[in-house]
Every structure is written in C-alpha cells, then in structure tokens.
Design a protein around this ligand. Structure first.
Ligand code: FEO
Length: 399
C-alpha cells in the first residue's frame, strides 16, 4: 500500500528485497532495491513513474486501492528504462483514454521504442510548469543522468524534488527515509550506484548540479526512483554528488589481479608492500577479480587514486576476468587516476604490456611499462614489484 510522504505526495512503489543483480547480471544489488513511484494528489492527480515490469499488475492493483484510477489526470514518465516504465502499459490501459504522459522529447522516442504505443505524449523542457491546483510541477531535463531521456521535477508547496535515478541507491528498506536506515550501508550503496552508473557522465552531472543549485530551490525532500527518500539534510546527497562528479579520490590504491598458480597474486602482494613502505597512511586494497564482486571492485577503483592491475599471460593475452574488467573501465571514463600493470608469464609474456596499453586507452596515467616476472616470481622479481609499488606511491603526490 501507499506511504504518505507529504500533504500531497504518497509513495506507491515496490520494495524488491529479492533482487541480487540489476541490468541483467551487470550490477550486484546485495541489499535489494526499490522502484519508487509517487502519487501526487491535488486538484489534479498525477502518477510519477511506475515500477519494473514483473510487478506491473501488483502496482496497478495497489494504486487502485489508493485512488480511483479514473481520477488520475496525468502521468509523468521520467525515464524509459524498464525498472520505471515497466508498468506503464498496464497503467495506461487502466486509465481514462487519452490521459497525458508528460516526458522529454527523447523519452517519446525511448518509450515508443520500448512499448510501441502511441500515448498522449506531452513534451516538457526545463522550466516548463504544470499546475496541479495548489501546487505546481516544475520540470528539469536531466540529459545523460543517466539516459538522454532523463527528467526530474520539483513540486512547489511541498518542496519535493522527484529526481528519478539521480541520488538513488539499490537499497531495499521498509522505512523509506534516509534517517531511519543504517548510515554506513546507505552511503556504501549510494557511492556504488554513482561509481558504476554515473561515472561516465560526471561532466554532465557537474554542470547539471550547478544549474539546479542556481535555481535556488528550497528542497525539503529528495525522492529518487531507487532506495530511500532523503529528508534529513536532503542536500547531503547533492553535496556528495558534487564531490563524486569532480574527480573524487580517497587516499587509496586498489590492486586488482587474477592468478592461475599464485605467481601474479604474490606479485600483487609485493606491489602492495612497496606502496605501504612508501606511505603507511595509504589505504591499499587487493581484489582477485575472478573471486570478487565486479560492481564492488568498480566502486573501490572509483575511490582510488591509483589502480594496479595484474594478470598472467595466457594464450598471448589476458584472463577473461581482467579483460572484461578493463573493457568496463574503459567505458566508465575515470578521470585523473594513475595506473600500474604487472603479470607473471611462462614464454611469450604479453600480459603486463596489454594491461598498460588498455589502462592508457582508458585514460589512466600509466607508470612505466609495468612489471613482468618469468615463471614463478623469485625474490628479485618480487623486489622489482616492491620498487614498482614505491614508484606508484611517489606518483600519487599531489593527487
Ligand atoms: Fe535508469 Fe533506474 O533506471
């Protein structure tokens, strides 16, 4: 059933405690997620977003318990990704024919592309206003945060920012509000969401955050489309986004490797020793890519000033865990990070060079050509790795 947030706004979404992977199997959701939809009741009644397709029937039935469906005057579709628009076809079949769907011009394309339906689309742009009676919706286009179609809106009177994916977290909760949940879990899920989904769009995020700040909106609630609603110091998440969008780094180096018989693992540990020798205050974290959650590893790369990647050479190339990770890193467009490469080999020995090349292509400032060790690394090879770790630490000065 719905949960009342303000005089005019009621949460009518779905808490999904079960989901453990999002975007297919792409993004791990250890704490589940929520698909937040909102009902605004004023002289006009508006539904903002829906829920993921498997919950469409449940969503429309619950909404009908909250309000007679014939009294809904309009729908706002902030984004066409199926976790928010999946119940739209069922909802539109249940509403009065011709009920308007407010969305961006790009969302007309993406919604038509998904559902092949010709609903009564009403295109809105930044600054457009929709009067609901005593309140008004003020629309703000959010292109590439994180799709071209993304839209947010501000409800005057109740001072609610309905931000869609921005400021969300994959975090199931029955209590709905940021001040009522475990703060460490909430922070971890919020930064993981930014790191894995929004990093490539940080430049757009920085500009959009400045633009929204310039509007001088008095915001009492930020209602994203996933996770908890920010009501206690709601702007804390905006301040975090400003930091995360502006080349965020902690004093950390993340080392990610894969290994077949332990040689490259021992090299990773020696690189870590060198880093710690140089700077005992440095946080150094090691992950075996094949045994670690990829979305969590990406979050640790996001936090780091430097990333060192290790892999043995196999059939003149890389193990798939490292090759896949490097491909993802390239797409994420991390800014201003140092890179390192290393790997054991038996005869041809391409891995360290390939890693260095791919990190450079992904925008990392790679230190040297990386370290290679033939067969099982001996003490001399491990000392080379420690020296490389010390060199990586020196390159972090000033970052
Ligand atoms: Fe971009 Fe939550 O969907």
């Amino acid at each position: 059933m719905g949960k009342k947030i303000t005089e005019h706004v009621t949460w009518v979404g779905k808490v999904d405690w079960e989901i453990r992977a999002f975007h297919g199997e792409e993004f791990s959701t250890h704490h589940g997620s929520t698909y937040n939809a909102y009902l605004i009741r004023d002289t006009k009644n508006v539904v903002v977003d829906t829920v993921w397709t498997p919950f469409a029937g449940e969503f429309v039935r619950n909404l009908a318990r909250e309000i007679p469906l014939e009294s809904i005057d309009a729908v706002v579709a902030n984004h066409a990704e199926a976790d928010h628009s999946g119940a739209l076809p069922e909802l539109m079949r249940a509403l009065r024919p011709g009920t308007p769907v407010y969305c961006t011009a790009n969302a007309v394309k993406s919604l038509r592309g998904h559902y092949h339906a010709d609903w009564n689309f009403q295109v809105v742009k930044t600054g457009d206003r929709l009067s609901l009676g005593s309140t008004e919706l003020v629309f703000v286009e959010m292109p590439m945060l994180h799709w071209p179609d993304s839209l947010a809106e501000y409800l005057t009177g109740d001072k609610v920012l309905l931000s869609n994916d921005a400021f969300g977290q994959h975090y199931a909760s029955e209590v709905l509000y940021n001040d009522l949940v475990d703060q460490a879990e909430l922070y971890a899920e919020a930064i993981k969401y930014y790191a894995n989904i929004l990093t490539p769009f940080s430049r757009q995020a920085e500009k959009k955050l400045a633009e929204v700040a310039g509007l001088g909106l008095d915001i009492a609630f930020i209602c994203p489309s996933h996770g908890v609603i920010w009501r206690q110091d709601p702007l804390q998440v905006v301040r975090k986004y400003q930091q995360w969008a502006a080349g965020y780094k902690e004093h950390q180096v993340t080392i990610v490797y894969d290994t077949m018989w332990g040689g490259t693992r021992r090299m990773a540990e020696a690189v870590a020793e060198g880093l710690r020798d140089s700077d005992p205050t440095l946080v150094v974290k090691l992950y075996n890519a094949a045994r670690s959650d990829r979305s969590d590893v990406i979050t640790e790369i996001f936090k780091a000033k430097a990333l060192a990647v290790g892999c043995p050479t196999v059939t003149r190339g890389l193990l798939y865990s490292i090759a896949g990770l490097l491909e993802e890193i390239k797409g994420l467009k991390f800014q201003g990070k140092v890179g390192g490469a290393f790997g054991a080999y038996g005869w041809s020995g391409e891995s360290a060079g390939l890693i260095a090349q791919r990190l450079a292509e992904a925008g990392f400032e790679v230190v040297g050509e990386g370290v290679k060790a033939m067969w099982s690394p001996d003490e001399a090879a491990l000392e080379q790795c420690r020296t490389y770790g010390r060199e990586l630490a020196r390159r972090l000065a000033g970052l």
